[in-house]
Design a protein around this ligand. Structure first.
Ligand SMILES: *Cc1c(COP(=O)(O)O)cnc(C)c1O
Length: 481
């Protein structure tokens, strides 16, 4: 007879202790393993059985396979030499907060279904709002990712035009519903396009505004595009400005964009998924200039505030519009407290939600505001140091300003004048660097140029890691030449 019931407590305690030891050891020795695995597609799948085990297995066997099967296929985002995309950290307090959250395993759809989850989210997001010096009337809500936060912001922007009544009538087959147009710069994140797909606006309704030589949206072009679209009989409804674009971390001129939005009565959404965290550093507050005038703003504590993935926050000064867009309460979800409390299910597509605020609370309390500021400031300084080394080197050039902790550069040695040849060289350089598996960089394209990105954001990254990485890049270029 198979047993019923959960894992016995004594076994949980023993297995739990060995897993915590395993995690502590992993964190301690992460330096000693390559950041990138040597792994062919399908390699793990081939080693795993085709069906789940018929009888249960001992925890010990599972933990062993964590080392023998899973570890070899891991790309270590916690590695101090992870410089690709945007570098992140599953910090100690964050991991522990995640563990406590898993233990509670609540569903915070309603205040009633776990009052502390709703209230801790309200309080910690209010702490975060103050740390970021955002206006008092900005209210926060946690979603999984910036993509989903922006999707909700754009849905609220559409809802704000109540005359169209899209919530009830939809957009299809309606001669009285003009094409709705959404604006962002050519450097905006692809999640904005995806939001347009998901919301039924269509990709052709996303107008990409050209950027200047520092990769910032040109407000004059934005104003012209809006005028042109209005002439066509279309309906501009939302502008997305980016503070810290994904390719180069450029900052759109939010103040000038806000002027246009105000004049044209458009919803202003700011995507600060990566860059937003830097606003807790007093001397970096300027990055949010004009953001107090936004209708909504997204930033990701899971990117650069040391909270484990996933954790994104949407702040909005118009929560009632967001709620109007998504509130829908079937009888079985009514509670006696509905009039007195916030029910987070009213603010989005998802009903169930996990207790994410717990890990933010752990991180904010453990490091404290001063501790977090010091850590982000350190990353900003490390990036400036690297930018300096690149600027001094005759065979490399920096490809964009460095307002945050990400440096865009490429090799440009003497004797190669063909742009295409230069692109091939840099593509091969990136491949060679990553094939060492000792460091991990990624790339982007700026215009026609292939560019390498070096993103600093892990708590374990120190000056010595950056200087070794820089040495590896130079060595690999030498070998290629
Ligand atoms: C990373 C990033 C996103 C997407 O973030 P997810 O949380 O992975 O959806 C969106 N916008 C910008 C500017 C980003 O850097």
């Amino acid at each position: 007879m198979p047993h019923t019931g959960d894992m016995p407590s004594d076994e949980f305690l023993l297995s739990g202790q060995s897993l915590i030891e395993w995690v502590a050891n992993y964190r301690e020795r992460i330096d000693e393993v390559p950041v990138l695995p040597d792994f062919k597609p399908g390699h793990l799948s081939e080693q795993l059985p085709a069906a789940a085990p018929q009888s249960g297995e001992p925890m010990q066997a599972i933990l062993q396979d964590l080392d023998s099967l899973i570890m070899p296929g891991m790309t270590h985002w916690n590695h101090p030499n992870f410089f690709a995309y945007f570098s992140i950290t599953g910090s100690g307090p964050g991991i522990l907060g995640e563990l406590a959250s898993a233990a509670f395993n609540i569903n915070g759809m309603l205040w009633k279904t776990s009052p502390a989850a709703t209230e801790l989210e309200q309080v910690t997001l209010e702490w975060l709002r103050k740390m970021l010096a955002l206006p008092d009337d900005f209210k926060g809500i946690v979603y999984d990712t910036a993509s989903v936060s922006s999707l909700h912001a754009i849905a609220a922007a559409r809802e704000a035009f109540s005359d169209l009544n899209i919530r009830e009538q939809g957009m299809a087959g309606r001669p009285d519903c003009p094409r709705l147009i959404l604006y962002c710069s050519e450097h905006a994140h692809s999640s904005i396009d995806k939001a347009a797909i998901a919301l039924g606006l269509g990709l052709n309704s996303v107008r990409k505004i050209s950027a200047d030589e520092k990769y910032r949206m040109r407000p004059k072009e934005l104003a012209l595009a809006i005028e042109e679209d209005r002439r066509q009989g279309w309906r501009p409804f939302c502008v997305v400005a980016t503070v810290g674009t994904t390719s180069t971390t450029s900052i759109d001129p939010v103040q000038a964009i806000a002027d246009i939005c105000e004049r044209e009565n458009l919803w202003l959404h700011v995507d600060a998924a990566y860059g937003g965290s830097a606003a807790i550093v007093p001397e970096k507050r300027y990055i949010f200039d004009g953001c107090d005038r936004a209708d909504s703003l997204v930033m990701n504590p899971h990117k650069w505030l040391f909270v484990p993935v996933d954790f994104s926050v949407l702040f909005t000064s118009r929560p009632e519009v967001l709620r109007q867009a998504f509130r829908l309460t079937p009888e079985y979800l009514r509670t006696p407290e509905d009039e007195q409390v916030e029910n987070y299910m009213d603010y989005g597509v998802q009903l169930g939600r996990r207790f994410r605020a717990l890990k933010l609370w752990f991180v904010l309390r453990y490091f404290g505001v001063d501790g977090l500021v010091a850590r982000i400031r350190n990353h900003l300084e490390l990036a400036q140091m690297l930018a300096g080394w690149i600027d001094e080197h005759s065979e490399f050039e920096r490809m964009a300003p460095v307002p945050f902790s990400t440096v865009c550069f490429r090799a440009n040695p003497a004797g190669i004048s063909e742009p295409q040849q230069l692109n091939v060289l840099n593509e091969r350089l990136l491949a060679a660097v990553n094939e060492t598996r000792r460091i991990y960089l990624s790339h982007t394209k700026l215009g026609d140029d292939y560019v390498l990105r070096f993103a600093i954001g892990n708590l374990r990254t120190e000056e010595r890691h950056i200087s070794t990485a820089w040495k590896i890049v130079q060595e690999q270029l030498n070998d290629l030449l």
